[in-house]
Write a protein that binds this ligand. Structure first.
Ligand code: PMP
Length: 361
């Protein structure tokens, strides 16, 4: 880095200590980008057309994205007060953490999981409490419930878990929520819900129908299954009071009109988009089966990505993927997450995995 002179402006020490957000590497023209769990399909023409004809750029968007809220409410059979739209589900996650948790409070989540969780807790001034994953890289919901105490304000459950892949089952989640006090917010992060094929999986929307679960809020996104990562639009479904608090903690007008109409057009084309999702899910299942046949201990994969548990070999193996034109996401000392992308990229992943497995200790 170039030498930037110090200036006396005071930055909160916990913010100054945060590492900058590290995006998955951008791919060169001949490489496959498998580092951000994006959708490999091009946008549908109808979605592109909707974006082109969205309202004028000199006008502000509708602050609550009311049309999209109503549409999602109808889609899930809930009142529109139970739907909240954000500029990506990560921004709603930030709002929920800010709304519930501050200095002295604790935010519990599994680890390893989505990297934004510890970062958002620290941003809010709260203390992240990371509960190690259990056998099979699954959430240990018993240990997470054990970790709840008087300081706990929020618990985040990620299913399927990014980056390791397994789901939380309905039975596990129900038992967990029973044990969490009703004044603690439970955030069920279902960013990859549409890719799930395991019938035992928790279904956040069904959970919300249960009166005993009013402290649960479900997060979903148009970034993954619907292929709109670049436009930034996600949503939360939950109790209106929780969503009011999220709104109060939000930066107004951050969901663009373009994002809203693209999401609406995606819901119009949902059958076609979900057909693409099942193509990816089948590709994923075939990849996992082939990798296991090769001897890899791949955990259950229910999102649009697979997890290679590589420990200390992680960075060296990531380099081998990269040399072969596959940009993957390494987590040093732990493992590599590889998105399920184009058919050709999956074949290449398998080829590298076959040669690497022979060289592992
Ligand atoms: N939750 C999880 C588990 C994720 O992996 C991601 C994206 N990587 C998000 C939330 C945020 O997605 P977005 O903000 O694009 O909706």
């Amino acid at each position: 880095m170039t030498d930037v002179p110090e200036i006396p402006v005071r930055v909160r020490p916990e913010i100054a200590a945060l590492p900058p957000y590290k995006q998955g590497k951008q791919a060169g023209s001949d490489a496959f980008k498998l580092s951000s769990n994006e959708n490999p399909f091009d946008p549908l023409p109808g979605v592109l057309e909707a974006v082109r004809s969205a309202s004028a750029l000199n006008r502000y968007p509708d602050a609550t994205a009311a049309r999209l809220r109503e549409r999602l409410a109808a889609r899930f059979g809930v009142p529109s007060e139970q739907v909240h739209i954000g500029a990506g589900s990560v921004s709603i996650l930030a709002q929920l953490v800010l709304a519930t948790s501050g200095p002295g409070d604790e935010v519990i989540f599994a680890w390893r999981s989505f990297e934004a969780y510890p970062w958002l807790a620290v941003l809010a001034g709260a203390t992240p409490v990371m509960v190690p994953l259990a056998e099979g890289a699954r959430h240990d919901l018993q240990a997470m419930a054990d970790a709840v105490n008087d300081r706990t304000r929020a618990v985040i459950v990620c299913t399927p878990n990014n980056p390791t892949g397994p789901i939380v089952t309905q039975a596990e989640f129900d038992a967990f929520v029973e044990r969490v006090p009703s004044d603690v917010l439970v955030i069920l992060d279902e960013a990859y819900a549409e890719f799930v094929t395991d019938p035992t999986s928790v279904d956040g929307i069904r959970v919300l129908g249960n009166a005993g679960h009013q402290n649960v809020v479900v997060l979903r996104t148009f970034s993954k299954a619907y292929g709109l990562a670049g436009l930034r639009v996600g949503y939360a479904i939950g109790h209106p009071r929780i969503l009011d608090a999220a709104r109060s903690a939000s930066i107004p007008l951050s969901v663009t009109a373009q994002a809203e109409v693209a999401a609406l057009a995606s819901l119009d084309a949902e059958a076609e988009l979900l057909e693409r999702v099942s193509v990816i899910a089948r590709r994923r299942d075939a990849l996992v089966a082939a990798l296991r046949d090769l001897g890899w201990a791949i955990p259950d994969a229910q999102g649009n990505f697979v997890w290679f548990p590589l420990g200390e070999e992680t960075l060296a193996v990531a380099e081998r993927f990269e040399r072969a034109g596959l940009i993957v996401r390494p987590f040093a000392g732990d493992g590599i997450r590889v998105s399920v992308g184009e058919e050709e990229s999956v074949e290449k992943v398998l080829g590298i995995a076959a040669s690497v497995v022979q060289d592992l200790p």
